[in-house]
Design a binder for this molecule. Structure first.
Ligand code: CA
Length: 508
């Protein structure tokens, strides 16, 4: 018995040494708001107590995973008390929904995330509340009494039937643009604005790093100018509390509208034109001249933001998941899409599960199904949202993909690693190398903080590309390849496998 124990101890030491021989790479995360952001629907992500409902402690338990994947910020979809599964109709902006845990659980998540240099952003829904919010209950009473009052001023009531209004009684209505259960707030109200300030103060004091602002074009429906003015007020309020707070807005619109919204001073707006199956990134893999097409896209994304932070994404909780949109069996394209997203300046957002090629379309619930941690043992997965009508998994779970060098997961991990290791990729001023005249090979340099990195992209799905880059003077080459095939870089001559991205640098 004793011998067996010693043997086990020896084996343990041996196995420790095996892992010692390849020390984990430490990458210093730049202390700014340019991040690899991981979007989480808490209810479907990770269940810590086995009740089938994903929770905040579940997120905390997965922080090691999130960190190892190279994500440096988390956007939590709404966590406040709410009668709905999606929680975009809030009944208390100062609390955590008990289905997800407690305030202490959130504080623990914040603490443990910050220890890993991971920022936490909360989803802030200011366009509307739940009709069950005590504010609205009170407001309705005040309005019906005919005397008005403090809360009645926080919503938009009317005695006339209007487009976008729901009925209270036969001759009283309230603005509710999305659905009757979500009354729109009157963002002109001075006392409501004081309350919004208090909400910002409350969460920033807790240590929250930023907010994702829901539905900003609906703040003043049909009136972008007023919505932008409100956002400008909001940005100033938030920054008066925390000067480096990060704010990203959901302005689901075309680039020219988003360009106007950047005048508000908000850090980022999701660039919808890049996302989804018909967006610029996916299209890049189908056009006949991808190099010049993608070059324009890289420049346009920076130009659009006018000094702010581009917000690049492929899919989110409202869209079809990208793996299905591209073609669920097209694993090389699914990987390459993220590779292309990852070379944009700015922050890149990944919706949970997209890093393992999860699919989902149709009803919103289908896009928010359980994260597949382990495809062989699904006993600990979260319960899918009620009303999910399709829950399919095309690729294996996290546990299986971690062990597979060719997995979508390991491709995402490698892309994030390069962005973290070479901060110029996400932040650098771009210079395009024009000497190639190729439709399928793009070379650009990015300079940031006295560091210059070259990014070379071979858009050809089948052919290896070669280029003479001897004039650029780089010493090191790393490859992000959909086929795990390394580029060859010698004496300035680069040979780059199909659907691959090379990062050239001097050291690290
Ligand atoms: Ca739970």
């Amino acid at each position: 018995m004793k011998r067996l124990t010693i043997l086990i101890i020896l084996l343990c030491i041996l196995s420790l040494c095996t892992s010692c021989s390849k020390p984990a790479e430490t990458v210093e995360i730049v202390d700014d708001n340019v991040r690899n952001v991981y979007e989480i629907f808490v209810g479907s992500f990770s269940d810590s107590d086995g009740d089938g409902m994903g929770d905040l402690n579940g997120v905390t338990q997965k922080l090691d995973y999130i960190q190892e994947m190279g994500y440096t910020a988390i956007w939590l979809m709404p966590i406040h008390p709410s009668p709905s599964y999606h929680k975009y109709d809030v009944t208390d902006y100062y609390a955590v929904d008990s289905a997800y845990g407690t305030m202490e659980d959130l504080e623990k998540l914040l603490e443990e995330a910050h220890e890993r240099d991971i920022q936490i952003y909360l989803d802030l829904v200011l366009n509307h509340t739940s009709n069950q919010h005590p504010w609205f209950q009170e407001a309705k009473k005040e309005f019906l009494s005919g005397e008005g009052g403090a809360y009645a001023d926080w919503y938009n009531f009317s005695h006339d039937a209007q487009n976008g209004y729901a009925k209270v009684t036969s001759n009283t209505y309230y603005e509710a643009r999305f659905v009757d259960s979500m009354p729109d707030l009157n963002l002109n109200s001075v006392t409501l604005r004081k309350e919004i300030h208090n909400i910002l103060q409350f969460w920033l004091d807790k240590g929250v790093d930023g907010f994702r602002l829901d539905a900003v074009t609906s703040y003043y429906t049909g009136n972008n100018s007023s919505s932008i003015t409100f956002l400008n007020w909001l940005a100033n309020e938030a920054r008066s509390i925390k000067s480096d707070v990060y704010l990203v807005g959901e302005c689901w619109a075309n680039d020219s509208t988003i360009r106007q919204y950047y005048k508000s001073g908000i850090d980022s707006f999701f660039q919808f034109s890049l996302a989804q199956g018909d967006g610029v990134i996916a299209k890049t893999m189908n056009v006949s001249s991808p190099a010049p097409y993608f070059k324009r896209a890289l420049s346009a994304a920076v130009d659009l933001t006018e000094g702010h932070i581009p917000a690049v994404f492929l899919d989110n909780h409202d869209t079809n998941r990208i793996a299905g949109a591209i073609g669920r069996t097209q694993i090389r394209k699914i990987k390459f899409a993220y590779g292309l997203a990852s070379v944009f300046n700015g922050s890149v957002y990944t919706y949970y599960g997209t890093e393992i090629g999860m699919v989902g379309s149709g009803r919103d619930e289908n896009k928010r199904i359980a994260m597949l941690w382990d495809s062989e043992d699904q006993s600990m997965l979260c319960r899918n949202p009620v009303n999910t009508d399709t829950a399919e998994y095309v690729y294996e779970g996290v546990k299986q993909q971690e062990k597979d060098a060719a997995s979508i997961l390991n491709y995402h991990k490698a892309a994030n690693r390069l962005r973290n290791l070479y901060p110029a990729i996400a932040r650098g001023e771009m210079t395009f190398y024009n000497d190639l005249g190729s439709n399928t090979l793009l070379v650009l340099e990015k300079s940031w903080n006295e560091e210059t990195t070259a990014v070379v992209i071979n858009f050809d799905p089948e052919e290896t590309a070669t280029a003479d880059l001897s004039s650029l003077n780089y010493t090191k080459c790393e490859t992000l390849s959909v086929d795990q095939e390394a580029a060859v870089y010698k004496d300035g001559q680069l040979s780059l496998p199909p659907y691959s991205i090379a990062v050239l640098s001097n050291g690290k």
